[in-house]
Ligand binder design. Structure first.
Ligand code: FAD
Length: 610
């Protein structure tokens, strides 16, 4: 195997991490073709550009007795440490020499904001300020993929809670969201699910802009992905920034679940992306954003490699409290930072990427929202947009649990197999997604009722085309006033019907012959029917953590942004995060938020000729 032990280029040195993967592939190809050496300096292809690189490399293979591919040579570790030092020193300097104005202010470093900050900062003439209310992501429970659940309830979680919901028998649902560099992508379950073809075509029809359709979005995915699985050049990319692989060496219960799904008539696939999401669904091992057990957050992938540059300032523990406006033009933001309220100006534009709870909150605190609602709270109205905070959508799931025959330790992200399926064959798109979870997953209510043993596994049956709609409201005019979240889960009767069907599929698969060797008994729900099953579902429903759609893109009177992500009626202000989805995508939402970030990057670069 060819391993790069050090690499210097005559191009900008911070491109090195990108280049490394690409060159490594070329070296492996050279090695396979029998070349034992490359010249000291050689031209390499990088994003279609010829780059002159000086590479020191070595050959290793198992026959040498030297062991397998070793990426963590001392030189490599040292260069990572050197880079991290450069980042720390550079960011300290940029933070202490903060400027009163940046070309762009990107608010929120989550799955969308990280992409936008990077794409803008790629132009060295553009100054970018990335604001994040949370702090560092350098903690083991963030970086170690298998430990993601441990972040819930910590300081890296906003710990939102929904209002008591009559459709959940009065329960208030906890609604975690990431409050840390990387946002959700630093605390989430690492699954990479790109959305269904029909989701993107719907985005295009709602916005009236073909740049959002499946074909265009597929192009984005092909450019950004570095897919490690079976090649599928029409649908998957290789060599891009976003390393994606099918969960490596999964717990044997995961392929057994895929087999169980096959045994009840579902097609099976190599990946939950690509073909599976162009048609009627099926089952697969899930694609994850982890490598060698380490999380690959969107922040680490996109922003961190650029943090040694002079034009990208990343400010943590900076809470955006509102926008500053001159008339109907956004001029910058007000932040709570270092114990003070401070104002920073954007020379070109402000981008809100605060996620589906806080993007509408900051809009409303700034006077952009429904005028009656703003007046009720004494907030001067700048722009009447009734859709701000409306159209809240989230996926919900029902934990169906089995006791292990022999306990098996979770691997990868602890949820390695999934299926997408239709609750009713007449639908045009799968409306259900189940993830297998390698531990028991219950609500407090179902846990109390069924008392699942610790050595249990779950089929977490989700409704991913929900018809229920909720809303986010302010409780007062101040940034410290909490928001009121009416998630309204299960308020639409069709969602209950879909959930009933989903539990049925989970039970068929969970009790199938393929899973029998792993199962001592079904713990819950068992063979419930009718009202008893509905009651179980209302007790069991919990969030899939896919809160979205509260500042939707579209052209009707409830739309907040247009197809260019511009806030209606306000200049120099865009929104780019999960809140702009007109309808929540089918499946986990991180990858679609990355696409939203990529689209925003494209739009801004084009608009400002960067
Ligand atoms: C526990 C959990 C598990 C999940 N599992 C998966 C999964 O396996 N796969 C998947 O695809 N998706 C998953 N998701 C969902 C996915 O992570 C989110 O949909 C995605 O991150 C949303 O991206 P975003 O850019 O809209 O917002 P976020 O990623 O939430 O980013 C918003 C950022 O803005 C910051 N912010 C908010 N308010 C302020 C403020 N006032 N001032 C400054 N900064 C602020 C936040 O701290 C955060 O960093 C999960 C989410 C959670 C919480």
């Amino acid at each position: 195997m060819a391993v790069i032990t050090s690499l210097s280029t005559h191009d900008d040195t911070s491109e090195v991490s990108d280049l490394r993967a690409r060159i490594e592939q070329q070296l492996i190809a050279a090695a396979k073709s029998g070349r034992r050496r490359v010249p000291f300096g050689e031209l390499f292809e990088h994003h279609g550009k010829k780059v002159f690189g000086v590479v020191h490399w070595m050959m290793r293979n198992r026959e040498d007795g030297e062991g397998a591919f070793d990426l963590s040579s001392n030189n490599e570790k040292q260069s990572e440490i050197d880079f991290a030092d450069r980042v720390r020193i550079n960011q300290q300097r940029l933070r202490s020499n903060r400027k009163p104005q940046y070309d762009f202010i990107v608010c929120g470093s989550g799955s969308s904001g990280s992409v936008i900050a990077r794409r803008l900062a790629e132009n060295p003439d553009v100054s970018v300020l990335l604001l994040e209310a949370g702090g560092s992501d350098e903690v083991p429970i963030v970086t170690e993929a298998a430990r993601w659940v441990e972040n819930l309830g910590t300081e890296r979680d906003w710990k939102f809670v929904g209002q008591p919901n009559p459709h959940l028998k009065g329960r208030s649902m906890p609604l975690s969201m990431g409050k840390v560099l990387g946002g959700g992508s630093s605390i989430n379950g690492l699954g990479w699910a790109r959305g269904h073809k029909n989701d993107w075509d719907f985005f295009a029809s709602e916005s009236g802009d073909t740049a959002w359709n499946y074909e265009s979005v597929l192009n984005i995915y092909r450019q950004i992905e570095d897919w490690q699985g079976t090649p599928d050049p029409t649908r998957r990319g290789t060599g891009g920034l976003v390393f994606v692989q099918s969960a490596a060496d999964p717990n044997p219960i995961a392929p057994a679940m895929v087999e169980g799904a096959r045994s009840i008539g579902m097609p099976t696939f190599d990946s939950n992306n690509g073909r599976l999401m162009e048609d009627g669904g099926g089952a697969s091992i899930i694609d994850v954003r982890a490598r060698d057990g380490k999380r690959l957050s969107v922040f680490r992938t996109y922003v961190f490699p650029y943090m040694d540059r002079p034009n990208l300032t990343v400010l943590t523990h900076a809470l955006v409290t509102k926008l500053t406006l001159e008339g109907k033009r956004a001029t910058g933001v007000e932040i709570a930072f270092d114990g003070k309220i401070q104002r920073i100006t954007a020379g070109l534009e402000v981008v809100l990427s605060l996620g589906a709870m806080h993007t509408p909150k900051v809009l409303m605190l700034s006077g952009i929202g429904d005028e009656a609602e703003l007046r009720r709270l004494g907030i001067p109205v700048v722009q009447h947009i009734p859709g701000v905070g409306q159209n809240f959508q989230d996926h919900f799931g029902i934990g169906c649990v089995w006791e292990y025959q022999q306990p098996l330790a979770p691997r990868n992200n602890g949820g390695e197999a999934t299926f997408f399926w239709k609750s009713n064959p007449g639908l045009d798109t799968p409306d259900l997604q189940t993830c297998q979870v390698e531990v028991p997953l219950c609500s407090a209510e179902t846990s109390a009722k069924f008392n699942p043993p610790a050595a249990s596994w779950t089929l977490y049956g989700g409704v991913v085309r929900p018809k229920s709609r909720g809303q986010i409201r302010l409780t007062g005019p101040n940034p410290d006033d909490p928001i009121q979240i009416e998630a309204n889960t299960l308020s639409h009767p069709d969602d209950l019907t879909a959930a009933v069907a989903c539990v049925g599929f989970c039970r068929e698969i969970g009790n199938s012959a393929a899973l029998r060797p792993f199962t001592k008994r079904e713990v819950m729900p068992g063979n419930l029917r009718g009202a008893a099953l509905e009651d179980f579902i209302r007790d069991a429903a919990s969030t899939y953590h896919h809160q979205t759609c509260t500042s939707k893109m579209g052209r009707d009177s409830m739309s907040v942004v247009d197809g260019q992500l511009k806030v209606y009626g306000i200049e120099n202000l865009r929104i780019a995060d999960g809140s702009i989805m007109p309808r929540v995508t089918t499946g986990n939402t991180m990858a679609p938020c990355v696409v939203i970030g990529e689209r925003a990057g494209e739009i801004l670069r084009e608009e400002h000729k960067l």
